[in-house]
Design a protein around this ligand. Structure first.
Ligand code: FES
Length: 329
């Protein structure tokens, strides 16, 4: 158990101490090979480099690499509670389904319990209004006096064989590396990945390299998982698009989002509590799958690879990098 913020601060100081530079709030769009080096194009300018590590959560380059064929995203939930009971030591995770994990954390000097779990695929067409209720029930069973202080959800990349992809991005992109698919174990696996990629750049051997090899074929041999990916993609990319929207604009209540039919076209509409309407084209800007409305977070979520957009159409989660098309009328 460690404090990730303090740990990151240590890393940042090391980078800056070695004359490294860190740019926040800078969005990378693409990478091109020019002469003997790579150029990364961002919204704030170009960066030239001999080596590039794509650690953008879900990889943003579709080809080569084709990570969209072998990885999806899951959402899970966390609540932070306080109680007068004596707390446990250590961290725990159950072996059953649904998964629930427990750990103690410091909040302003006071011990609180973090309870996490209840995962589902991003963009699943389910009612998420009660997403935190199950975790609150677990909390009440353990500590009847507890008070929920915090709630949040998080999103993770899951590979088809459940082992992260770390190493060369593709066998035809020399000196470009990837680290992704941590399956909720990012705080630890990112360190393993950093060691593997550092060793690769320094041309040193690493005994874990083969286990995590990003170009391995094993994931796509998992027929059940591959079948699920293909089914979801076919539904969202083709079949659902040809189904008419069952509702129209008048069916959208305050605080709700829906895909409705307007002049023979499907439009995603969110109506806020004041009655203002926000209309978007409900098609993901990554590879074109039809989006689902997330009634908990008020976002448009993609069932194919997990991109997410706020109700105004702004992209908030990769692999999409562009905003949604806004419908003015
Ligand atoms: Fe890939 Fe939407 S995230 S199509």
């Amino acid at each position: 158990m460690f404090n990730p913020r303090k740990y990151l601060k240590g890393l940042v100081n090391k980078i800056l101490g070695n004359h490294g530079e860190i740019y926040e709030e800078t969005k990378a769009f693409t990478i091109k090979s020019e002469d003997d080096e790579y150029v990364v194009y961002t919204d704030k300018g170009k960066i030239k480099a001999k080596y590039v590590v794509i650690a953008t959560h879900y990889p943003i380059i579709n080809a080569p690499g084709f990570y969209f064929l072998k990885m999806y995203q899951e959402t899970s939930y966390v609540i932070g509670i306080e109680t007068k009971h004596k707390l446990f030591e250590g961290m725990y995770i159950n072996a059953e389904n649904p998964t629930v994990s427990l750990r103690v954390a410091k909040d302003d000097g006071k011990d609180i319990v973090l309870i996490g779990g209840m995962n589902h695929r991003v963009g699943a067409k389910i009612d998420l209004g009660d997403a935190y209720k199950e975790l609150e029930k677990v909390a009440k069973d353990m500590y009847p006096d507890c008070k929920v202080l915090y709630k949040w959800c998080t999103q993770d990349c899951i590979t088809l064989d459940k082992i992260p992809y770390v190493g060369e991005y593709s066998s035809i992109m020399k000196n470009v590396y990837v680290a992704t698919g941590y399956k909720k174990w990012g705080m630890t696996t990112s360190n393993v990945s950093a060691n593997i990629i550092t060793d690769k750049i320094l041309e040193k051997e690493n005994k874990y390299e083969n286990l995590y090899k990003s170009t391995r074929l094993r994931p796509i041999k998992n027929r059940w998982e591959l079948g699920e990916m293909i089914k979801e993609t076919a539904n969202s990319l083709i079949i659902n698009k040809f189904k008419d929207a069952k509702e129209n604009l008048l069916d959208v209540k305050k605080g709700e989002g829906k895909i409705v039919e307007i002049e023979d076209e499907k439009v995603g509409v969110y109506k806020d509590e004041e009655g203002n309407l926000y209309k978007i084209k409900p098609i993901c800007t990554h590879l074109g799958c039809e989006l689902s409305w997330n009634n908990l977070e008020k976002t448009w979520d993609c069932p194919c690879h997990g991109s997410r957009f706020d109700y105004k159409g702004n992209q908030i989660y990769d692999p999409a990098i562009e905003n949604l098309e806004i419908k003015l009328e």
